[in-house]
Design a protein around this ligand. Structure first.
Ligand SMILES: C[S@@+](CC[C@H](N)C(=O)[O-])C[C@H]1O[C@@H](n2cnc3c(N)ncnc32)[C@H](O)[C@@H]1O
Length: 222
């Protein structure tokens, strides 16, 4: 099935609210499990960057799991970051270790060779040019940094996409069902990501299919 890109930023108030209120505990829990399987150690004093953090559910799970780490959480949508701020407010021990950055890729001014850990969930499929993610990640990472990127993968047919929407978003509001459908059409196939990594000079990272709709890219940079 041919890729159909969707708008990059999730800027609409209704869209951001529906996303922030949705239950992504299965996928977001999987993300943290995959990170643990990479055996990052205690991440004492580690600086992480979450690209396309949205309402910060993964950032919060990450900082709760690794109480000695800090995280910069970047998103180009002010509406999404408002929900992130709201989620962090009642969690002072986590909020003090998190900096929200309202910036869009590829224009964000991030420090170079600065981060020990590069995280991103569900950003890749939003990008019209996927190299924007891989370039940003390479430039911002310290040598030897750990990378974990998870995203949807594009199903083989429209009927398969519909089946995934029916399975995982049957009771979701219409705006969220549409977002999920559009995201499945905009997502990449594993072989396309292999090619992206080769082009970006990141061929040492591994790609795995980690659920019926997700792929993950992980590993250490040289
Ligand atoms: C599907 S959400 C994922 C949010 C979060 N990572 C999660 O897993 O719940 C994708 C997020 O990426 C952001 N985004 C998309 N394109 C972006 C860009 N070029 N620069 C910065 N953020 C971007 C959107 O605004 C949105 O909040």
């Amino acid at each position: 099935m041919k890729r159909r890109p969707e708008p990059e930023l999730m800027e609409g108030a209704e869209q951001a609210l529906a996303y922030a209120q949705a239950d992504f505990s299965e996928a977001n829990g999987l993300f943290i499990d995959l990170l643990k399987r990479l055996d990052p150690g205690p991440l004492r004093g580690a600086r992480a960057l979450d690209l396309g953090c949205g309402p910060a559910d993964i950032v919060i799970r990450f900082l709760r799991t690794y109480p000695q780490a800090q995280c910069d959480a970047l998103d180009g949508s002010a509406a999404m970051l408002e929900h992130a701020r709201f989620a962090l407010e009642p969690l002072p021990s986590i909020a003090t270790r998190c900096r929200l950055l309202c910036e869009s890729l590829p224009w964000a001014e991030l420090p170079r060779a600065h981060y020990d850990l590069l995280l991103s969930n569900s950003l890749l499929h939003h990008l019209h040019d996927p190299q924007v993610l891989w370039r940003t990640l390479r430039e911002a990472a310290k040598p030897g940094a750990l990378v974990l990127v998870m995203d949807l993968m594009r199903p083989a047919s429209a009927a398969w996409a519909e089946a995934l929407v029916a399975t995982y978003a049957a009771d979701a509001p219409e705006v969220l069902r549409n977002d999920f459908r559009n995201s499945l059409f905009a997502a990449f196939e594993p072989k396309e990501v292999v090619e992206q990594l080769r082009e970006a000079g990141l061929a040492e990272l591994e790609i795995g299919v980690v659920s019926d709709r997700h792929l993950a890219i992980s590993g250490r940079l040289p």
